[in-house]
Design a protein around this ligand. Sequence first.
Ligand code: PLP
Length: 371
Amino acid sequence: MIYLDHAATTKPDQDVLEAMLPYLKENYGNSQSQYSLGRQAAIAVTNARDYVSSVLGCTSEEVYFTSGGTESDNWALRGIYESTKGHIVLSAIEHPALLSLADDLKKEGADITYVYPGFSGRINPKDVEAAIKDNTCFVGVMSANNETGVIQPTDEIARICKERGIFFFSDCVQSAAVLPFEKGLSGLSFSAHKFYGPKGVGVLYIKKGTPISRLIAGGRQERGLRGGTTNVAGIVGLHKALEIALSHMDENNKKVVSLRDAFLDRVLCEIEGTFLNGDRNLRLPANANISFDGCLGEQILVLLDMKGIAVSTGSACAAGAVTPSHVLTAMGLDEGRCSSAVRFTFGKDNTPEEVDETVECLKQIVTSLKK
Ligand code: PLP
């Protein structure tokens, strides 16, 4: 199989699995338990929290372990909104982990302003600045978009928010271990399964002093804010995966960029009616989001799957109807461009031969669809 959907998830590294296994076998203790089996588990969790805080440049008290990006995003937005009831600013291209919750909050009476990107897929910091009100409690702009890979100007938005004393949150699920973590944020999220770690474990960083309500009532886990027995093996896996990914970040990015660019150059040149969606340069190394004029993204996905190639489209299929990607729509792309988009995301284990095979398959598929 040729796997070109690394923005959806990644295959856990062997070293990550090996680091986790002892915590599922002999060191299976509950990290809240007082005897040595429990203490061993607690030490592993403390080590992971200390490591994450050193990478983020914060204190370990500011790091919470969660079940992943969705939970971290939900906790940040709901937790801060419930404590302040202030106005919310969100980019219109956030992941559903924030946008879908924002719909719920709106029904509960929240005042929300959405900021739209330009054609390039980038949010303009001036638009964020203009959206801020006297009672704004939360500004959320992701670090890089999951569909287009377009990198957002979070440094500039962080500066604007800092000057006004406003909480600025950035969903870093797609950029973690690919780009250095932005240091001026008041909150961020990331998820281990995007950088060759396990699924079901992530991080929420919240700056000390931020009013945030409890997520799950229960025990004293995560400083009493998120009850529930700690996912020790998952946290150990996240720790290991982050260490490996950060230590190979430049080398992996170089490799992935060269595969992605070789692919992009060939597709755009050899297949008529193809367009890259989003800024060509200000995007994550792995991402090529391409529209195929006259085709449907879903059809391409299915036909590639039949040839053993895994890709994704941004569209969601609900009750038999295909709804176009909210990201491409927000960028102002027309219907044809949105419905024909396919996302290819490369990874460190892909090869130039896989790139060539995918291009050849695409050429055949597009020709047959256009007939
Ligand atoms: N945020 C972004 C930008 C994502 O791409 C994803 C997953 O695709 C999530 C949040 C959700 O993360 P998780 O799968 O860990 O819940």
